[in-house]
Every structure is written in C-alpha cells, then in structure tokens.
Ligand binder design. Structure first.
Ligand code: OAD
Length: 232
C-alpha cells in the first residue's frame, strides 16, 4: 500500500521539525530550556513580575525565527497536501514556519509567536512580522502578551477539540521531531493508535512515546519525510 493511499493523515510536529531550519529545540543539546529558565521567561508569573524581560525574550525569538527558512521537509509536506486533500498538521511549534512554507490545515496547539493578546480585553493582534503591530501595550493600557501557551497555561479548548477530532479519525499518524514530554500533546500517539491509525515516528533519537509507534525512522525531519513519502 502506498503511504498516500491512507484516507486521513495527521502530521504531528514538534521542535525537531523546525530544527533543520535552524530554530533551536527546547530540550537536549542547544535546547532553549538549557540556556533560559522557563520560570523566568515562559510563564504568567514571570510575565507579571517582569513583563519587559519576558517580552524581550519573545522578541528575540521572533528575530531569530525570521532568520530561519523552511526546509525540504516543509516542502515535502506542501507537495503531499497538494496530492492529498485530507492532511492535517497538529503542531506544537509557535514559530509559524509551517505557514511560511505554505503548509495548510495547521492547528497551532501551543499558539503563535506572531500574535499578541490583550491581557485585559482578550483582543488578538495578528501579523507581528509587520513592525507597526509590535507595540507592547494595548490602547486600553494593558500589557499585550504573546498569544502562546506558557508553562501552567490552559490550552485553547477549541484547539484541543480540533486536534482530538482529527487524530481520533485519522488512519495515518506521523509524528515528527517531538520529545513527547509535554502533555496533553504527549498523549496524541496513544489516541491515534487506539483509534486504529498506523503510527509512524520520525526522530533521530528515541522519544518518550517511541513505544507507541508501529514504525520508526531514526532520521532528521527532512530525510525521514523523504524516505517515507518518496521511497515507500
Ligand atoms: P523538544 O525540544 O522537547 O524535543 C525536540 C525533539 O526533536 C527531540 O526528540 C529531538 O530528538 C528531535 N529532533 C532534533 N533534531 C531533529 C531533526 N533535525 N529532525 C527531527 N527531529 C529532531 O521539543 P518538543 O517536543 O516540540 O512548549 O517540545 C514540546 C513543547 O515543550 C514545546 O512546544 C514547548 C516546550 O516547552 C511550549 O512552549 C508550551
């Protein structure tokens, strides 16, 4: 059976998907949480205590992300989506690289670096890559915080629902570059497997959830996707 003969495909991506573009991962060698304590930069308490410091950290992440370009794996996903009309991407990444690569049907489980949210009114400000939107305060006077999921934040229930819906209905689930440490995303391979999907993992290293997969490619994202879709 050709891999594209599956009816409903979910690509579940983590920091390793963007690593080949040059975006650092969170854990492991060169991981962001080895250099920066999340307690000081990535939680509401840190923001309440020192908003400028937290906003500077996220602005730095935007600047670094903009230096990174999509890689061959993103291009492969674009081609797969052109050939197959039911391919969803559930990503934990906040860097927007899937969208820059013209990947479609993206659920951003952990939010986006490219949106801000008014702490008081909840308004969302989009398109932060346009400098005029990079204000730090709303017109109401409240701080604008990155519209991302920090440690101890609740996930957006709509995103959880959409992810659960796609994963519980898919017949092919492909995880790319995630360590499987962070919940509820870490539970998605189990959900896919219990729904009867063929579960494939692409990761150069074993992950916390490797035991859930039917097939594992110990490859980088680009090479694993190439092997899976071009030589299956
Ligand atoms: P991690 O940093 O925890 O894990 C990255 C994974 O990518 C590891 O399993 C690596 O082996 C793998 N990897 C590294 N290079 C790769 C490559 N070139 N190709 C494929 N895989 C590669 O990142 P996540 O699992 O995404 O949350 O982390 C999950 C969440 O933890 C993030 O979304 C973030 C973080 O705290 C929030 O910010 C809310």
């Amino acid at each position: 059976m050709n891999i594209l003969d599956h009816n409903r495909i979910v690509l579940f991506t983590g920091a390793g998907m963007s690593a080949e573009s040059g975006v650092p991962t969170y854990r492991g060698q060169g991981g962001i949480w080895n250099e920066y304590k999340w307690e000081e930069y990535a939680c509401q308490t840190a923001f309440d205590e020192d908003p400028m410091c937290v906003l500077d950290f996220h602005e730095l992440r935007r600047i670094e992300a903009l230096k990174c370009e999509p890689h061959s794996g993103h291009q492969m996903i674009k081609e797969v989506q052109e050939e197959h009309d039911d391919v969803w991407i559930v990503t934990q990444n906040i860097d927007g690289i899937h969208q820059r690569a013209e990947n479609k049907n993206v659920v951003e489980l952990h939010g986006s670096l490219w949106r801000l949210r008014c702490e008081n009114e909840g308004h969302i400000f989009y398109d932060l890559d346009k400098a005029e939107y990079r204000s730090r305060k709303c017109t109401c006077g409240s701080w604008l915080r990155p519209d991302i999921i920090w440690f101890n934040d609740m996930l957006d229930p709509e995103n959880i629902e959409r992810s659960n819906e796609h994963i519980s209905c898919c017949d092919l689930f492909i995880s790319i570059g995630t360590s499987g440490f962070v919940w509820p995303a870490a539970g998605y391979p189990k959900l896919a497997k219990s729904s009867g999907a063929l579960c494939i993992e692409i990761n150069p290293d074993p992950s916390e959830q490797s035991h859930m997969y039917d097939r594992i490619y110990h490859e980088t994202a680009g090479e694993g996707l190439r092997k899976l879709f071009k030589s299956d």
